[in-house]
Write a protein that binds this ligand. Sequence first.
Ligand SMILES: NC(=O)c1ccc[n+]([C@@H]2O[C@H](COP(=O)([O-])OP(=O)(O)OC[C@H]3O[C@@H](n4cnc5c(N)ncnc54)[C@H](O)[C@@H]3O)[C@@H](O)[C@H]2O)c1
Length: 259
Amino acid sequence: MGLLEGRKGLIFGIANDRSIAYHVAQSLHEEGATCGFPHLPGEKNARRTQKAIEAIGIGDPWLIPCDAASDDDLDAVLAATKERFDTIDFVIHSIAYADRTYLKPGMFHQTPRDVWSQALDISAYTLVAMAQRFKPIMPRGGSIIAMSYYGAEKAIPGYNVMGVAKAALEAATRYLALELGESGIRVNTISAGPLRTLSSMGVGGIDEIFDWVAKKSPLQRNIEAGEVGKTATFLVSDLSTGVTGENLYVDAGYNIVGL
Ligand SMILES: NC(=O)c1ccc[n+]([C@@H]2O[C@H](COP(=O)([O-])OP(=O)(O)OC[C@H]3O[C@@H](n4cnc5c(N)ncnc54)[C@H](O)[C@@H]3O)[C@@H](O)[C@H]2O)c1
């Protein structure tokens, strides 16, 4: 029997089979979890998400369009999730967005107000928006996980406004963990090392980051997306019932190196 047999939940953020969310879905599915998949609206997005999920071997996957920047869309996901699953045990937040014009080394100080607001809204506030909606349908408690990056803590050339959004995401995680703990809901972030995905390709200077991590991290390599999937499985499972408000690094140890 899998670690997650009988668990149900939502995975936000599968764009294709490179997405971190795809690897999380694969790992949770292997352990017996049942998942629903909100995806960006639009036929092309739906097709890409469906194709990726089918590659995992999930037959007849449940997809629902959702622009997480829209309260109406999130309300619709809540209503449809209630109807489909009644209650859930986990939510995976694996989404982020910032205008890539400003994700280039040297461009942070040029960030316009609307670009800042949009990045912080989609990449950080949406975790709060999801927690407030899904808490009532998590009566057994459960696990909420969001994806972060080291650029939340250190200034990484090119990560720019996304680093500010990740700092907000990590802080929001601690506040949510504090308030949802009494409902038995744990809230954590995974700080993943760099991976080649649609989103990361928009960050200027990313190739240099891959080279640097491979050279300087204790494990002397970059991570694989499946390693994030396995850590998410741990955080959804009863193996981590005492863990909340944490930021768990899956980065080949890069964050511990001082020189
Ligand atoms: N790739 C990396 O190196 C890396 C490292 C650490 C953390 N992360 C984080 O992991 C998460 C997933 O990113 P990824 O690398 O898998 O890239 P990805 O492009 O595959 O996934 C990003 C997802 O965000 C979704 N999204 C964007 N705006 C949205 C909106 N308004 N509403 C709903 N969904 C929206 C996209 O549709 C996509 O599915 C992000 O939070 C990202 O910042 C990525």
